[in-house]
Design a protein around this ligand. Structure first.
Ligand code: NAP
Ligand code: MG
Length: 488
């Protein structure tokens, strides 16, 4: 097997510590959504045989990896963090060119990736169990944690550094080996992250990456007998299919999926703050965050004032290539995503919602990219598709409410429950919201899209498998508890 330099335009799979081409000899093209004529790189269109090799490599490596101390495993993550930190500009630029988010956002995400590696490196030295008093006074009873073995990881394109790392880092520190299948739309960025782990000297077989079509190799990740657990972030449709296979095989699974996240603006809110957070939460990353704000529920007393302020700010948004300093919002990630956004805008109009701003593809002078205007609707009712379904684009829907109670009822009238925020200065409003809002992330006077790496992350209802990622919560998925009883 020859080692291929990933700085070349064609990126390889990473199996057993080496960069290898797929046996199919086919590659896929990753292009720049801000300029579709620019090719960012090519990646392997792998077969299930390639995947099989990766799973076997992870299987062979798992015994030795789990025998290392947490401290030693943590040192590899520390080294990888330093390598990624040195390459932050290159990785961020690759991300912007590959999936379109602006360069400052891409840099912020890559820096987050560094911090995630460091956080989980530290986990190697923290407690993994409890001493539990036994009824036998001469016995010692305690709980400890065992890794699952080989963890299969499937990731989306919208956070192509942070999501792979917030899955790989905890998997590795708790003693698992991994096989990752990144989203095709962001396979090159993921390859660059894997290269950091390789250059940090991670032992061969501990980390493996196989790229290619999700519908070909994806199902096999949860179906392969050598995979002991699967973690997935992406759409509900795919997540549920993977979970069914995992259940039938009796392996652990974890799903993080969609959202239709509300913000409530109470009559006593700081409206400037609420406007800023609604725009940032709803339209940054072109609305392509699972935690993006999409439903805006405003109390009638302040509705008109809020709307005016919001529209004035939306009119200032500059759309363009994310590498340009003047750009605030980049393109949609792909033609498919752009078509989805445009079709929802059309649906909104047909269902009787009133378009207040935007609503069009931007063809000139940017005809080579997947650009769409930031869009705001009003007169939206909760039975409309634009109020119920995840659009994953820069579309906000305004709904007028007469009371906080009505706002909460509407906010909860969704199959999703990932993130929600409220803007209010009233403590009783805050307490009702904390109590009554069915969402995994509940945020007060802050945008719906904020996530901190040291805190649990995940959703209720259809947004997740009711497990949590990140922070200390990650240990729950990546390990099994062992209860130990010792008598001398
Ligand atoms: P997606 O189509 O479900 O893709 C996610 C991943 O699954 C990609 O790696 C994809 O590979 C792979 N895949 C596709 N079909 C598969 C199959 N049949 N079996 C196994 N894997 C398969 O989702 P997406 O369009 O990339 O991302 C958008 C969705 O992700 C949105 O619904 C969003 O809410 C959700 N999301 C959720 C979170 C969260 O944390 N809750 C975060 C980000 C995104 P290919 O790229 O090769 O198709
Ligand atoms: Mg692309």
């Amino acid at each position: 097997m020859t080692k291929i330099d990933v700085r070349l335009k064609t990126y390889s799979n990473y199996i057993n510590g080496e960069w290898v081409a797929s046996e199919t000899k086919e590659t896929g093209v990753s292009n720049n959504p801000a300029n579709t004529e620019e090719i960012v790189g090519e990646y392997q269109m792998s077969s299930t045989n390639d995947l099989d090799k990766a799973v076997k490599s992870a299987g062979n490596a798992k015994k030795a990896w789990r025998k290392l101390s947490g401290d030693v495993r943590g040192n590899y993550l520390q080294k990888a963090a330093s390598v990624l930190e040195e390459r932050i500009d290159d990785v961020a630029l690759t991300m912007t060119k590959e999936m379109g988010k602006t360069l400052p956002e891409a840099k912020g995400e890559t820096a987050r990736g560094v911090a995630i590696l460091r956080y989980y490196a530290g986990e190697g030295l923290r407690s993994v169990g409890d001493v539990i008093p036994s009824t036998d006074k001469d016995a010692l009873m305690f709980s400890t944690r065992a890794p699952l073995g080989v963890v299969g990881i499937i990731t989306p394109w919208n956070f192509p550094v942070a999501i792979p790392l917030w899955k790989m880092a905890p998997a590795l520190i708790y003693g698992n080996t991994v096989v990752i299948k990144p989203a095709s739309e962001a396979a090159i960025t993921c390859a660059k992250v894997i290269e950091c782990l390789h250059d940090a000297g991670i032992p061969e077989g501990v980390v493996n990456m196989v790229t290619g079509s999700g519908s070909i190799i994806g199902p096999e990740i949860s179906n392969h007998p050598g995979v002991n657990g699967i973690t997935f972030t992406g759409s509900n449709q795919v997540g549920k299919q993977l979970a069914q296979t995992a259940i039938s095989r009796g392996i652990k699974y974890q799903l993080e999926m969609g959202g239709k996240n509300p913000v409530i603006v109470a009559k006593d809110a700081d409206l400037d703050l609420a406007v800023e957070a609604t725009i940032s939460g709803g339209l940054k990353s072109t609305g392509q965050k699972c935690t993006a704000t999409s439903r805006v529920l405003v109390q009638s007393e302040v509705y008109e004032e809020f709307k005016e302020k919001l529209l004035a700010k939306v009119a200032e948004i500059t759309v363009g290539d994310g590498t340009e300093a003047a750009t605030w919002m980049g393109p949609s990630v792909s033609q498919t995503q752009l078509d989805t956004v445009v079709s929802y805008i059309k649906k909104g109009k047909n269902e009787g919602a009133k378009l207040l701003s935007g609503g069009n593809k931007i063809d000139e002078p940017k005809s080579n990219g997947y650009f769409v205007e930031p869009t705001v609707f009003e007169d939206v009712t909760s039975d409309m598709a634009i109020a119920r379904e995840e659009i994953f684009g820069p579309v906000l829907v305004l709904m007028k409410v007469d009371s906080l109670e009505e706002a909460l009822d509407l906010a909860n009238d969704s199959e999703y429950g990932l993130s929600a925020s409220i803007f209010t200065t009233n403590i009783n409003n805050m307490l009702s919201f904390i109590d009554d809002m069915d969402a995994g992330l509940v945020r007060i006077n802050a945008e719906s899209a904020g996530v901190e790496l040291q805190a649990p992350f995940g959703g209720m209802k259809q947004s997740s498998s009711h497990s949590r990622e990140q922070g200390r919560a990650a240990i729950e998925f990546y390990t099994d508890i062992k209860t130990v009883f010792v008598k001398g």
